[in-house]
Design a protein around this ligand. Structure first.
Ligand SMILES: Nc1ncnc2c1ncn2[C@@H]1O[C@H](COP(=O)(O)OP(=O)(O)O)[C@@H](O)[C@H]1O
Ligand SMILES: [Mg+2]
Length: 252
């Protein structure tokens, strides 16, 4: 952990859905700058953690945003406090243009929308303003999804698996998108692509079965094959990575 106070501090986050305990004690800090990666096998509880932070599912525990307790706040109140969310499915409206998608994300009371910042980071979004979002590449759609989170002067961006299902070349494009975004705003990045984590993340948090199993510097974890195997099931003890792990390696 960095010496500076974290922007977001989650402690003992618990989520029960339909009587089923999905999260039973997630602890994580998001640093006040750069990218913090949230890792874990498929089904570990990463998306539920993000949805819990955002109040999209009922949750208990402690979620401090800039020191303020937010665990009892509704989603709209959290959004007003400056959390931008790029969900797992991107949430881009295919039939609307790029400009319309951005306009829909403008938030009243958040001041002048930061189109200058969005267009400076992603000039393509200006060039393609009148193009239907459904005709964009996967990487360009991620630019829309991330661009939207930058419009309203947010303090934190949460991106859930932005590279999921993308070709390696597009993964590289999305890495650049997030790298640029993280220069403006701290990012909590849910990610399965370890090349992305290596390139972007300073800190990482690993979940297993709805709990935090590891927190620390990303580089130290990535450099430790035994920990990678134990925490993420990547590779075999003392051997090369298997072809069956869900964690992808290419593309950045
Ligand atoms: N709305 C829900 N109802 C019931 N079970 C759910 C719901 N959302 C997630 N789960 C279950 O919770 C576990 C964690 O899911 P999720 O947070 O999506 O994991 P991850 O994002 O790490 O792949 C999985 O077993 C999933 O099936
Ligand atoms: Mg998920």
């Amino acid at each position: 952990m960095s010496a500076a106070a974290p922007l977001l501090a989650v402690r003992d986050l618990r989520v029960v859905i339909g009587g089923r305990h999905i999260l039973h004690g997630v602890d994580l800090d998001v640093a006040a700058a750069g990218v913090t990666a949230l890792l874990g096998r498929n089904g570990a509880g990463k998306t539920t953690t993000v949805r819990g932070i955002l109040g999209l599912v009922p949750r208990t525990g402690s979620v401090l945003l800039g020191g303020e307790q937010t665990v009892r706040l509704a989603t709209h109140a959290l959004v007003r406090r400056g959390i931008g969310y790029a969900p797992e499915d991107r949430g881009v409206f295919a039939g609307l243009t790029v400009a319309e998608n951005l306009r829909l994300a403008e938030r009243r009371g958040a001041g002048e929308p930061a189109y200058d910042l969005v267009h400076e980071l992603f000039p393509e979004l200006r060039q393609r303003a009148r193009q239907a979002a459904g005709t964009l590449s996967g990487g360009q759609q991620q630019m829309v999804a991330i661009g939207r989170t930058l419009l309203n002067g947010n303090r934190l961006i949460i991106a859930d698996e932005p590279t999921k299902g993308l070709a390696p070349r597009v993964v590289t494009e999305v890495a650049g998108v997030l790298e640029r975004a993280a220069q403006a705003v701290p990012v909590l990045l849910v990610e399965q692509n370890l090349s992305m984590v290596r390139r972007l993340a300073e800190h990482c948090v690993v979940l297993a079965d709805g709990r935090t199993s590891h927190r620390g510097p990303a580089a130290a974890l990535l450099a430790d094959p035994e920990a990678m195997r134990r925490l993420l099931g990547v590779g075999r003890a003392g051997g090369a990575p298997t072809g069956t792990d869900r964690f992808e390696k290419g593309g950045v």
